[in-house]
Design a protein around this ligand. Sequence first.
Ligand code: FES
Length: 168
Amino acid sequence: MAKQVLNCTVNDEAAEVLVQPWDTLLEALRERMGLTGPKEGCGTGDCGACTIHLDGKPVASCLLLAMQARGRNVRTIEGLGKPGALHPVQDAFVRHGVPQCGFCIPGVVMAAAALLTERRDVLQLDLEDAVPHSEKAAANDRLRVVCHFAQYLCGRLQLIGQADRLSG
Ligand code: FES
């Protein structure tokens, strides 16, 4: 079968690559675009190591066909923050020594960043309830770390917001 042209925006840049119709988005990112931040762990949508943002929402890139990203906005860990201008989640992970071996951390950071963006309106809720696969989260230390730091960051952002209101 002939290759197809995938046009999309990746980390704020227009991208055009040839993909096989059966390529996953994870394969396209890693093998065709050289973005190796998203990792393949399980390949079945369970571990989260391949998490990226598609139109701002966290998705398991191992479960999507590459062509499903056509015309859409893709963000990988490579486009979340920059050296010297880290995303708050990256900053917190570095300062608190979370990364460990680092294999799954890009996915964890992308999930936590999305959680902070999506759930700012429900900051008082138990953030573990906001994580997909919550039954698994209960037994998964990695996701508990995400929740802990997301909660920490939400608290910090609230304090910053209060300080802004007081000074404004
Ligand atoms: S590789 Fe595990 S969820 Fe995609």
